[in-house]
Structures are given as structure tokens and as C-alpha cells.
Design a protein around this ligand. Structure first.
Ligand SMILES: Nc1nc2c(ncn2[C@@H]2O[C@H](COP(=O)(O)OP(=O)(O)OP(=O)(O)O)[C@@H](O)[C@H]2O)c(=O)[nH]1
Ligand SMILES: [Mg+2]
Length: 288
């Protein structure tokens, strides 16, 4: 049987697993876990098979969200997991990728730096040629008024640092209202497209780059390094503050600054760990 694959991506908690649960008809059991807590739920790439009437099948692929709140799991791990899944499937030769569904919460009052960073990494992972195989799907419409939703939707569509470049490249924007019908509308759109090979697969399999040197890997490294630089500036400022407080014999300011320094040092160690992991994942994928 010919199976087409659709990969569902997006930050943690946007409703990826819920979307897949909504799409699966009654009677097909899945062990897709929907989150009940603030922390992230899905920890592995997981494929759910849906049969269709004409003998074709759809594999809907659930992924762990970027911006993961799970202890010890970084965005580098998530990128490596998704890259590993896509390349393994591609190498097996029976992989027909219909495209990507990228989910975004319409209820987010402002789209923060992390969401923008996730959009950029997604764009690099996908690559220009595969953007026509992308549906940006907004979720959680029940949490906004119609007016608010419409305003945010316009902003998402027309801002250069949000979805405009992806939509300009041929992607479309759709809404998911939590019903099976709206999930199926999204799937139907992708299902009828010719399959595509995303940029990260071309880079890893055909150009034999390692994950660190892929566009998405480089983007992630750049983003991590930018945050690292900011933290290093904070550290410098705190060192000055501590020195001054000691001179002034201001014990209270000194203690506060020392505690802040400890927190910033922890953040810096975490970011170094993320860069190291990206390198390690690269090596692990190279040795396959
Ligand atoms: N109100 C509302 N809640 C939703 C909607 N979609 C999902 N949720 C809830 O949002 C939470 C997160 O949903 P998940 O489907 O687990 O999100 P996810 O993207 O799979 O998250 P990770 O697995 O952590 O990456 C759950 O409590 C869902 O019940 C929606 O359209 N409206
Ligand atoms: Mg999930």
C-alpha cells in the first residue's frame, strides 16, 4: 500500500497531539498523549497510520514540541529527533512526504522571541522548495473573540518575522476548530499535493552534511549563541555589581547579585550543553 506522510510540528502545547487525536476516526486506537499539564507531553516522534478508502494510507506523525519544558531535553535534541526520523524514512525509499502541518496558538497575546525562533528553524528545516507543502494551522480559536482572532490572524499573515515568508513561498494558512472535519480539511489539502523532499533531508542525505552544518542546525546554533552572548554580558554586569557592593560594604546588594550570578551561570552551562548536544547528535547521525 502507498503511504503518504504528514508531519505535525510546532512549539510545545500548541495542540499537535490534540490535532492528531481529532483527525483519527472513531474505532482506530492510538496512544497519542494529549497534555494535561503546563509541561510538555510528547517526548518521541510517533507515527499514526490512517487508512483511506482508495487503498492509500496516511501516516500522521506527532513530534515533541520545540521550546520544551522537559528537564534535560533541549531544542537540539528535538531537531535531531525530527531530522533522524525524516532521514531514516527517506533512506528506506518508500517515504512520500506530503508535507508539514505547523501549528500556532491564535490565543497567544504576543508572539515572543521563542516562537519566532521556532518559526525560523522550521523554515530552514523545510527549505524554500517545500514551503508549498506546508499548512500553517492556527489552534485554540475557542479562547479568543472572533475580533481578536481575526486581528491576530492578519498579523501572523502579514508580518515579515512571522508567517509571511512561509506563506509567500506557497504555504497556506488554515484554522483548526477542534473538530474532525477541520482536521480532515487540512489533511486533504496536503494529501493531494505531490510529495516533497525537505531541505534538511537533502542536506543530510544527498549533500552528506552533518546536522551542525544544515541550515536548521546553523540557525539553532546562531540563536543559542545570541542568547549565550546576552547572558555573558549579564554576567559581566553582575561581577561589576558584586565588586562595587563589596567596596561599599553593601551586603544585601552583594547577596542578591551573587544569587543572580548563580542563576545566569546555570543558564550559560545549559546553553553550552545545548551546543555540545547538537555536535554530539551530528556525530551520532554521521556514524549511522
Ligand atoms: N481550549 C483549547 N485547548 C486545546 C486546544 N487544542 C489543544 N488544547 C489543549 O492544550 C493542551 C496541550 O495540547 P497537546 O495536544 O498536548 O499539545 P502538543 O502540541 O502535543 O504539546 P507537546 O506534546 O508538549 O509538544 C491540552 O491540555 C489540550 O487539551 C484547543 O483548540 N482549545
Ligand atoms: Mg504532543
Amino acid at each position: 500500500m502507498l503511504n503518504k506522510t504528514i508531519v505535525v510540528l510546532g512549539p510545545t502545547g500548541v495542540g499537535k497531539s490534540s490535532f492528531i487525536r481529532n483527525a483519527v476516526p472513531e474505532g482506530i486506537s492510538t496512544d497519542v498523549q494529549v497534555g494535561h499539564h503546563l509541561h510538555s507531553e510528547t517526548s518521541q516522534v510517533q507515527s499514526i497510520h490512517l487508512p483511506t478508502q482508495n487503498g492509500l494510507g496516511i501516516n500522521l506523525v506527532d513530534t515533541p514540541g520545540f521550546d520544551d519544558s522537559r528537564q534535560g531535553v533541549t531544542d537540539a535534541d528535538i531537531l535531531a529527533m525530527i531530522a533522524m526520523f525524516l532521514t531514516t524514512q527517506h533512506r528506506e525509499g518508500t517515504f512520500h512526504l506530503s508535507g508539514f502541518i505547523y501549528l500556532h496558538r491564535i490565543s497567544d497575546t504576543r508572539v515572543g522571541g521563542t516562537s519566532k525562533r521556532n518559526i525560523r528553524i522550521f523554515q530552514k528545516l523545510c527549505g524554500q522548495d517545500s514551503l508549498k507543502n506546508v499548512v500553517i494551522v492556527t489552534t485554540m480559536w475557542d479562547k479568543v473573540t472572533q475580533e481578536e482572532g481575526l486581528r491576530r490572524e492578519q498579523e501572523l499573515m502579514f508580518s515579515d518575522n512571522l508567517f509571511k515568508p512561509i506563506l509567500d513561498g506557497g504555504a497556506i494558512l488554515m484554522r483548526h476548530d477542534g473538530t474532525q472535519q477541520s482536521a480532515h480539511d487540512v489533511i486533504k489539502h496536503l494529501f493531494k499535493l505531490e510529495s516533497t523532499v525537505p531541505q534538511i533531508v537533502r542536506e543530510l542525505v544527498i549533500e552528506k552534511r552533518n546536522l551542525l552544518d544544515t541550515e536548521a542546525g546553523m540557525e539553532l546554533q546562531k540563536e543559542v549563541r545570541d542568547v549565550l552572548q546576552k547572558h555573558q554580558r549579564d554576567l559581566q554586569r553582575l561581577e561589576d555589581e558584586i565588586r562595587e557592593a563589596i567596596q561599599q560594604r553593601d551586603k544585601r546588594t552583594e547577596i542578591e547579585a551573587v544569587l543572580d550570578r548563580r542563576r545566569v551561570e546555570g543558564d550559560i552551562a545549559k546553553l553550552h550543553g545545548e551546543l555540545r548536544k547538537l555536535g554530539n547528535s551530528s556525530d551520532a547521525m554521521d556514524n549511522r
